[in-house]
Design a binder for this molecule. Sequence first.
Ligand code: NG1
Length: 490
Amino acid sequence: MRPLQLDSSDVLHALYNRPPRELSAHGIRYERLRQLFKTRFPESDPKFIVRAPGRVNLIGEHTDYNGYPVLPMALDRDILFTAAPSNGTTVDLINENPQFERRSFNATFPVAPFERGDWGNYVKAAVHGLLEAGLVSKSKAVGFHAAVGGTIPESAGLSSSSAMVVAAALAFLAANGVECDRNALADILARAERYVGSEGGGMDQAVSLLAEAGHALRIDFFPLRTELVPLRQELTFIVCNSLIRAPKSESVRYAYNRRVVECRLATALLSRAVTQRTGRTVKAERLSDLSSAQLGPAYPELGETARHAIGERPLSLSAVAELLAMTPRQVQREYCMQRDGTPLPEPPDGFRIWNRYRHIVTEAARVGLTVKALKSGDNTEVGRLMNQSHASCRDDYEISCPELDTLVSLGLENGALGARLTGAGFGGCTVHAVPTETVAEFLKKMDVSYYKGYVKREQARPFSSFNNLNDVMFSCHAASGADFWPVGEG
Ligand code: NG1
């Protein structure tokens, strides 16, 4: 990718696709970071700016690592780096949010992580990943220093972590004068982010790099393919933050990785069953390799085969091992390993493989149907599919929580056509499809019923606090994907 060559007002308009009166706040942020850079790195001038957006996923939850599609859009909330190459390998980072302390490290491979949960690990993930992939030379790498700022709520399912990884990667590439195709970079960064410990898919890095303003993006994986889906004026997507944090690098890590493992086990059980039924060896790496489309017309009744192979009850590790004709240790080594080299501990309530499988295949179908409904302007159908998705996330994938369920029901009561949790779940945000003409009224009602109602009543719950309502509940304006551009001396 090449740097943007535009003057500042054009840059802002191209990136955010908003009327001029709404652009000034962004202009102020850019200027603030430039000032921060100048005060904290007085010995050099900023040479380039990098921007990477967060995203809201409209539908297709946890489908990405199973090889099935997703449908996110980039937000006009993003991470910015104002940066310059360093003289050696040092990467030096100042964050304008004082909660995130200054971090520095050397861009020499391998890059050892900071403590788990440290914000600097997302930058390290990008640097380590690009060095590992050989995109930046291990022997000649140049570091960078950067003033970093962001407007994406963190641990909220809006991909602030991937935006940080993408921004750091673009800064590292720019510092080294390396250009890279966006699709290839998205693939590399999807793998790179696993450095923080969760076994994530590729949705977030791909949408942050490949989105276009005014559009949602259908993303298919293995190999990565994208389709722009135009969004219509008359339907607005609204994000509501439940105020329950869901940090994937910390408490939610086990719950997330557990689902990845349960899907691997579903793939193994189903491959074995298909092989036995057809007499042909089926080698599947992920669930999408076992779809009817992949297997062909010889296998129409896949659902029944899966039900039979997996069974509807939760399975212990030894029960899975028996079904696969393996020992429990072999199953652990083959399917349960995490990035840090440890096997996922067996869940005490058993692996819920059938439910996970059912969520993934029904959710994958809903993505296709939602794209169709958005294209034809059938907003009622979009809403219906979102509601079904939420029920499946809640009951089969079990990634909801009382606050997300409450926001979804309140949203529907308050006039949304559809509502669902978005992102990894376990807390974070919901997304609501609302007729644009009723947005103002909807926001008011949600404020009264959730933020001034539920949150005030349920005082024992660990809600995050907030200063500005617009930081926790807002309309989504589909922005463009990540970019970088040179800055003048100024
Ligand atoms: P968030 O919501 O950013 O934690 C995670 C994964 C995605 C995807 C979603 C669930 C990472 C970086 N992101 O997103 O790949 O699996 O959960 O749909 O792990």
